[in-house]
Design a protein around this ligand. Structure first.
Ligand code: ACO
Length: 438
């Protein structure tokens, strides 16, 4: 059984009006957070399902990895606040924490880093996959294809029931994603692929593969390396969001981890999820100048316009996204390092934020800046094209996806994911011959 009984063995009783039937459901409690009604026997007892489009009120699994209190703006990984991890830890250390449950000691940290670093190269034949894509392909399309193809290359780690295979697959995914991502970029601009260097740290290596050319030495700025590492930490995991749930759903069928992560990448691509920071920059470019903000805000508030203030709002956070605060600080550090003063985008962003935080429309709906509001500005300043923003998110989130996938595979209660529906189509009817159809 998942979870443990809620204090006082509380239960929920549901009575089917008019049918003289009821069922008593156990309430389960986590370490923190609201209790959860265990509805598994509801259909057997009352013959009814629950209806929850978007799963806003449904816990689909038990997890020990990440906790979010959206009302208070709290994000914990394995109990540690995101602010402390972003300040004091490194991305690979956070990866170890998410995968294994505890922060590593010095020896464990060294072994883990070496384990990841040894897997940064791609199988050489994977190179030829890139040539099959158009140069103007969106790099997320390339990511879906190349990551999915990994399962055709790493046969020796595909047994999901073997803990060693699961570990090697995790190393391979975490290590190779930056290489795959940087090569997707290099391919799009027609530059030679830069091979990873195992004497560089994770974030440094990524920046190196993105920006270096074979003809020159390339020195990566420590401030930008630290900013990149922090951006990766902030995106590493976020509980059961759409892409993570996609990974779990795909994984629940027994699909191999490379296929599952490719599914997660596809899910992340959408503008309501990982595509949002790309959408923020497009929005800022469209607004163009501070004087156009009031017009834009009116459009956002107009129910018929379908315009949203990108980078604002979140399904879970109904308070400031704690990651957005760290991102805002990092943004100033990066712009300072790059000598960018009075950046017009930043000025626009700051004014939009100021207005939105005071405007009744946003206040009433608890729409606060989310992590994507500032990350786009930072990444643009660091020279990333907007099409690479979501790719970078995928590099970071791979750590969360593979941790959640591993947790699911190791959970004895795990079953194939299979939601139900309310069917509202036609009831049974007889086939009509073509000649008889009107
Ligand atoms: N701009 C304007 N209005 C908004 C916004 C927004 N960004 N977000 C929500 N609203 C409004 C809705 O119109 C709705 O108003 P109504 O009650 O008058 O109809 C109300 O707020 C509730 O909105 P929902 O769509 O029900 O909220 P939901 O939880 O489903 O959506 C989402 C969350 C998808 C993130 C939404 O806020 C959004 O589209 N934001 C912009 C995209 C974005 O920044 N996404 C990144 C999310 S973070 C991440 O993936 C890392």
């Amino acid at each position: 059984m998942s979870g443990s009984a809620a204090p006082g063995n509380q239960t929920v009783t549901i009575t089917l009006d008019g049918a003289d039937r009821s069922t008593t459901l156990p309430l389960l409690a986590g370490t923190v957070g609201p209790s959860v009604a265990d509805i598994r026997k509801l259909y057997n007892d009352l013959g009814i399902f629950t209806f929850d489009p978007g799963y806003g009120g449904t816990a689909a699994c038990e997890s020990k990895i990440t906790y979010i209190d959206g009302d208070e703006g709290i994000l914990l990984h394995r109990g540690y606040p995101i602010e402390q991890l972003a300040e004091n830890s490194t991305f690979l250390e956070v990866a170890y924490l998410l995968l294994n449950g505890e922060l590593p000691n010095a020896g464990e940290r060294h072994d883990f880093e070496q384990g990841v670093i040894r897997h940064t190269m791609l199988h050489e034949q994977l190179r030829s996959f890139y040539n099959g894509f158009r140069r103007d392909a969106h790099p997320m399309a390339v990511m879906c294809g190349v990551v999915g193809a990994m399962s055709a290359f790493y046969h020796d780690s595909l047994d999901i029931n073997d803990p060693h295979h699961r570990k090697i697959s995790a190393f391979r995914l975490i290590a190779k994603l930056p290489t795959i991502a940087a090569w997707a970029y290099k391919y799009s601009i027609g530059q030679p692929f830069i091979y990873p260097r195992n004497d560089r740290g994770y974030a440094e290596n990524f920046l190196y593969m993105m920006n270096a050319v074979p003809t020159e030495d390339y020195k990566v700025s420590p401030i930008l390396t630290r900013a990149m590492d922090r951006i990766l930490i902030l995106h590493a995991d976020h509980e059961q969001n759409a892409s993570t749930s996609t990974v779990r759903l795909a994984g629940s069928t027994g699909a191999n981890p490379f296929a599952c992560i490719a599914a997660g990448i596809a899910s992340l691509w959408g503008p309501a999820h990982g595509g949002a920071n790309e959408a923020v920059l497009k929005m800022l470019a469209e607004i163009g100048s501070v004087k156009n903000i009031p017009d834009f805000i009116s459009k956002v508030k107009d129910k018929n316009s379908n315009v949203r203030l990108m980078g604002f709002g979140h399904r879970v956070y109904k308070n400031y996204d704690p990651r957005a605060k760290i991102m805002q600080r990092t943004c100033h550090e990066v712009l300072g390092e790059l000598g960018i003063k009075d950046d017009p985008l930043l000025e626009l962003a700051a004014e939009l934020e100021r207005i939105a935080l005071h405007d009744e429309y946003f206040v009433a709906r608890k729409l606060y800046p989310n992590v994507d509001f500032y990350s786009g500005i930072i990444l643009k300043a660091m020279g990333f094209p907007t099409s690479m923003f979501t790719v970078l998110f995928a590099v970071a989130r791979t750590v969360g996806w593979i941790s959640q996938w591993k947790e699911m595979i190791e959970d004895p209660a795990q079953r194939i994911g299979r939601p139900r529906q309310i069917y509202t189509g036609p009831a049974r009817r007889e086939f009509v011959e073509l000649a008889d159809r009107t």
